[in-house]
Design a protein around this ligand. Structure first.
Ligand code: NAP
Length: 243
């Protein structure tokens, strides 16, 4: 009997959940539970951390999981590393569903940095108007560069104000359009965009808008993960499960 655990929290994980439901492959979708109102899903959902590698190994055993699909966000390094470790320890095979990285094209002005600390350091200098499109987790780190006006785009209203002395919060959930992002950048007189190299289509609009407006992008590269088997399509996952 096949039973899939999908580690989710992304558009790709939701698409995979739909494909698994259509193919009648039994599966559970797992969320960390950070977003207030996750989308309704066509397969059972579980919410919350597993309790590190031992917790995940116990979950795999208790729920007789036969395959793990890591469809988390490319920056969810802890979860992805835990999945590799738990797969090794339990013998349950693991596949990652990933997205290609974004690459700079004609008209792009990108400065790439290896991680969040380097992004904060790169913001040293005179005050600017910065669109900080990195989610809500690492906002506090940018308090080390308090001279800038930050425009934050978040999925949920923060329960406490971000510790940035000069900021504007915009609540919105993608997918976004390049035109709307262009207007947003113009109306807030943005002169720099900080982005994680998430890949995918859901939030690429800010990069298209930056290109159209000739604005520079500070691009944070993906964290390095342990080696694992990866595919980039839902069909690739279904093929892996069914062959
Ligand atoms: P993380 O730092 O790698 O994960 C921290 C801990 O959260 C994990 O060790 C695990 O707790 C728990 N966790 C994470 N994803 C989980 C899942 N799908 N199911 C159950 N537990 C999970 O990850 P993160 O960067 O905080 O991201 C958390 C979730 O948000 C991920 O599912 C990711 O796909 C989604 N997300 C992240 C980003 C981003 O930029 N990082 C953007 C969009 C969506 P235990 O150790 O207790 O098991």
């Amino acid at each position: 009997m096949t039973y899939i655990l999908v580690l989710g929290g992304t558009t790709e994980a939701s698409a995979l959940a739909r494909a698994l439901a259509e193919a009648r492959i039994p599966a559970t979708l797992s969320y960390m539970g950070r977003v207030d109102h996750p989308k309704a899903q066509p397969i059972p959902v579980r919410i919350g951390g597993f309790g590190g590698v031992p917790g995940l190994v116990a979950y795999l055993r208790d729920h007789q999981i036969t395959h793990i699909v890591d469809a988390t966000h490319p920056f969810a390094a802890q979860m992805s590393t835990n999945a590799v470790m738990a797969s090794r320890e339990s013998g349950v095979p693991l596949l990652a569903l990933t997205r290609p990285t974004w690459e700079p094209g004609e008209g792009d002005t990108w400065q790439s940095v290896p991680d969040m600390d380097a992004a904060v350091a790169a913001l040293a200098g005179p005050p600017r108007r910065v669109m900080l499109a990195i989610g809500r987790m690492h906002l506090a780190e940018f308090a080390a560069q308090p001279q800038h006006h930050y425009v934050l785009r978040l999925v949920d209203t923060p329960t406490k104000a971000p510790p940035l002395p000069d900021h504007t919060v915009i609540i919105d959930r993608g997918p976004f359009s390049a035109e709307a992002d262009r207007l947003l950048m113009q109306s807030h007189a943005i002169d720099l965009i900080v982005s994680k190299n998430a890949g995918g289509t859901g939030s690429v609009s800010k990069l298209q808008a930056a290109r159209d407006l000739g604005l520079p992008v500070l691009m944070i590269n993906r964290p390095v993960l342990p080696p694992r088997h990866e595919v980039q399509t839902t069909a690739g996952v279904i093929g892996w499960i069914t062959t």
